[in-house]
Write a protein that binds this ligand. Sequence first.
Ligand code: SF4
Length: 492
Amino acid sequence: MTKLKPARRWQPAWRPFGRTSLGNRTLAAVERAFKGPVYGCRMCGNCLLQETAFICPMECPKGLRNGPCGGSTPEICYVDETRPCVWYKIHERAFAKGREEKLLEVLPPLDWEKVGGETWGDVIRQTRDVGFGTFLKGMRRRETRHATRESVFQPIRQPDWWRGDAEYHPPAPGEPVSELERRLRAGEFVVTSEVAPPMGSATGKLLRDIEMIRPYVAAVNFTDSPSATARMASQACSILAMQNGAEPVMQIAARDRTRVGVQAEVMGASALGIRNLLCLSGDSPAIGPAPRSRMEVVDIESVQMLWILRRMRDEGTYLDGREIKSPPTFFLGAAASPYASRPEFQALREHKKVNAGAQFFQTNLVFDPKGLEIWLESLAARDILDKVYILIGVTPLKSYKMARYMDDDVPGVFIPEHILTRLEKAGDKAGEEGVQITLELIDQIRGMPGVNGFHLMPVMWESIVPRIITEAGLLPPDFEAPPNHDELIAGA
Ligand code: SF4
């Protein structure tokens, strides 16, 4: 039994207008009176307490129902620094009690029809369907207890429209759908690079950056309003990239979408020829500019997005069960965060993403090879290294100030002190020092088991990408320098 938790700050229950029976209202009042103070229950109507070690996940301000975000720490939630990360606590307790594998089941988004209402009614109805006598008999014996409990609770937490589980669902066999997938499947060590979408509607710099970087990489990522700050849409940049001969990775943040919106958008992206999708929950509006958008109503998150998109592609169904006559085509990716929370906690979350549908990972920034090795070992222990391609995120640090900011303020980024010291000592030559640090990191990481390539995040320093790839010896086998190479770099 947990301590009393009167403070119900995040994810308040929403209740549509409507009449409910006196019985349901009474049941809801009793449930609220009990679970409110004990679990901090927000009456989400879609209770997961048994799966989440009896700690209510609705306290997470990002609305995550499938594990911690990439910014989770043992101390605080990065969105609300007055509170600890609820998902860290859930994992801590689940691991301590040996219940961690329960966290692997892919859990559905809220059924908003039920939000604000009781869940005990569902339990009573399901027990009646199983048979009260059968239930009591099954619960008496240790060998049948788990199966009996599951016969009641599994259909409640996994409704027919979701049917989530803790199993790996390999993609349907077939030819690679993108150049990035083809190269990875062929065993090529690949490099992808981010290009920042423009702040305005002019595309000149974007197109020059794409032209400059295109020959060096397998694909170009376009971020989706990072730091919850609006920029040109990732889908628009992806289309512009294809029109200019580059293969895009379209990033898609659940933060800005509903379940309907995301399905519609990816269907359109597939029709337009976009194949690589990177599914993210997205940075919280808490780190975005003012005025802040709503934070407490989150419709879906990245694991759920992967589950929905994989089923659209492989099972040809929308979330609501409608058949898709011409299913979309995707190579599905997700973010991974080697330094958030604890490696074994994050590994469980990455495992869940692989089960849900992630075929490749692009990691958060890596500056500490030792820590990366520990995280990779945690993934190996979960037997997922051969089920997902991993591209390690690296960034050339341009200045000590930038490094300090990233270490202090960017969720999930850890920069060791010796790197900070090198940059500080380098003074106005910090940019060159940052490049050397990146080259050294690439050298230390490239041979690690499970690493399939790198993902460069130049943070508005796109002109450095060709140099890093060339000096690191990572040029693709078919590389041909563009005839106007020097001109492009000079103009970048
Ligand atoms: S750190 Fe992330 S996962 Fe943890 S409570 Fe905050 S938003 Fe949720």
